[in-house]
Design a protein around this ligand. Sequence first.
Ligand code: GLC
Length: 420
Amino acid sequence: MNANLLIPTPEPRIARFETLAYGMFIHWGLYSQLGRGEWVQHLEHIPVSEYAKLKDTFTAADFDARAIARLARESGMKYITLTTRHHDGFSLYDTRGLNDFDAPHSPAGRDLIAEFVDGCRAEGIVPFFYHTTLDWRWDSANCSDEKFNEYLDYLNDSVEVLCANYGEIGGLWFDGNWSRAGADWKEDRMYATIRRHQPEAMIINNTGLDARGALGNPELDSTTFEQGLPKQPNRSGWPKYVSVEMCQTMNSHWGIGVNDFNYLAPGSIIQNLAACRKAGANYLLNVGPTAGGAIPAYETAALRRAGDWVRLLGDAIYEAKPTEIQCQGRDFALRCGEKLFYFVHDLALVGDANVTLGGNDAGPRTLGNLNAPIKSVRWLDNDENLAWTQNVEAGIAAVRCSGYPYGVNLVVRVAEVELG
Ligand code: GLC
């Protein structure tokens, strides 16, 4: 505990989670065969018995966990959060007798979560388990309290199966407590189950679209910002340091939507990742695999392209932390030891008036609340040194940010500022 500010120090697992920075969210299940998103059963009122037939055609023929983990790694991501069970109640893992609505009892005939953790570990990716708490097979949102309590026993047993059989995992990511607001979800019991088997696992529980950034049960290690840019919380006086994560769809759906064309481009992914890090938050970007379990071509390409940008930045994305330094517009500075990483947006393309619009370079940009003397400033991508002026006493500096030479547009350009 830092006595001056009363900002709690993060526990090691939470500090480690923050350095994972960028992760892949995967929504994959029976619904992927229909291609209309993961809520299709509920939204189209498909009866439980009818929907259950999708199990008979679930082959996982194209699911290559190692290849997915490699894609994540090569795209600059450090973790993957996979739907081990979504609201339809189908488990990608072997429920070990809890029911037979799981991948081993489908034509896939495999424990896909065992494959997932193995694939992640082989590529140095940390596996996280998404697990629903809302279950349409149990009608968990509307059933009687008695049935709900029976369901909670089943849910707790399910979570125990996941915690006890797959080695050390990065964490559990729950979703659905918003579906039965005010109910006693027996969270303490479930989190104790997790801590018993996985003391170092992060415990996250999605607060949903209406309560982004809300704190919950004291065992929870991160807040969630579903589909919204996170803000850096004021942690003064918090009983424990809780991290922040923003999860987002790459188009408008979590599970694959074959007629959804509303994709993020790499430029937007870069800006969103930057905006998350500005707030010290992790960015969990979703992909919806095909029926067979392959990551579709557009998602693969977009992730790889954004990954090329992440690579230009070295450790800046993972290690550097938010600062109080004031920057212009959307610009911001992160700090890592004696270095600042200065994230500059909206730079002009310089060149020739016949080929670029707004051909002047961007000129000086000011930084405030910066009291340490600057030793050097250079762009990370091309090592170009940038001129600066500074009034250390006033805490003000100005850096002459050159624009992009024709042939380059990084969307967000990052300078390393060495402090003396
Ligand atoms: C929502 C949806 C769900 C999705 C989740 C991801 O709560 O119910 O389908 O898994 O958000 O954040």
